[in-house]
Write a protein that binds this ligand. Structure first.
Ligand code: SF4
Ligand code: SF4
Length: 171
C-alpha cells in the first residue's frame, strides 16, 4: 500500500478556504455525506467499494493528503455535481462543496481537468450562456406564449471574465 504524505501547504489552503469556523473542521467520518450523495449511489460498486465518495475526499482534504486526491481518477474531483445534499446532511456543518470547489479550481490550474470542462467553459465564454438557445426551445416558448429569451451582452461578459483571467486559463 502506497504511503500517504501530508502536504501542509495544501492542508492550510483547505482550512483557509472553508467558510466555517475552526470548530467545524473535524469530520468524524460518519458517512452521512456519502450515504446521501446521488453520485456515490450510481457509481459505487459495493463489492469493491470503488466509486465516487465525498467522505473519502473530505478526509483526504482535511488531512492534507493531496496526492491521494490529485493522483486518483478524474471522478474523484469531478464526480461532484454540487447538488449540495452533503452540505445539508453533515452533522458537523462542514461545507463540503466549498472544499470540492477548491479541488476543482486546483485541477483546472494544473491543466488536469477533463476536456469537457474546458469545452463547456469555452462555450460559455463564447456565447455568455450556460446552455445556448436552440430553435426548438424558441419555438416551444412561442407556443407557450413565453417572451423571447433576452440576448446577453457577450462583449461585456467577456470583459468581466478577462478581468479575472478566465481567457488565459482557457488557453
Ligand atoms: S457527513 Fe460530515 S462528518 Fe460525516 S463523514 Fe461526511 S463530512 Fe464527515
Ligand atoms: S454536492 Fe457533490 S458530493 Fe455532495 S451530495 Fe451532491 S454530488 Fe455528492
Amino acid at each position: 500500500m502506497k504511503k500517504l504524505t501530508v502536504d501542509f501547504e495544501f492542508r492550510k489552503q483547505v482550512m483557509d478556504y472553508h467558510i466555517g469556523s475552526d470548530l467545524i473542521k473535524y469530520c468524524y467520518q460518519c458517512s452521512r455525506c456519502a450515504d446521501n450523495c446521488p453520485i456515490t449511489a450510481v457509481t459505487t460498486d459495493f463489492y469493491t467499494t470503488t466509486g465516487y465518495n465525498p467522505r473519502s475526499n473530505i478526509l483526504n482534504a482535511l488531512l492534507g493528503y493531496k496526492d491521494a486526491i490529485f493522483s486518483a481518477d478524474a471522478l474523484t474531483i469531478w464526480g461532484c455535481t454540487v447538488c449540495d445534499t452533503c452540505d445539508e446532511v453533515c452533522p458537523q456543518n462542514i461545507e463540503l462543496t466549498e472544499i470540492f470547489t477548491l479541488l476543482k479550481n486546483q485541477s483546472v490550474a494544473n491543466g488536469d481537468a477533463p476536456d469537457f470542462i474546458y469545452s463547456q467553459a469555452k462555450a460559455i465564454f463564447d456565447s455568455a450562456k450556460a446552455i445556448p438557445t436552440q430553435p426548438a426551445i424558441e419555438r416551444r416558448r412561442e407556443q407557450l406564449g413565453l417572451p423571447a429569451v433576452a440576448e446577453p451582452d457577450v462583449s461585456e461578459f467577456q470583459t468581466l471574465l478577462k478581468n479575472i483571467g478566465v481567457d488565459k486559463k482557457l488557453k
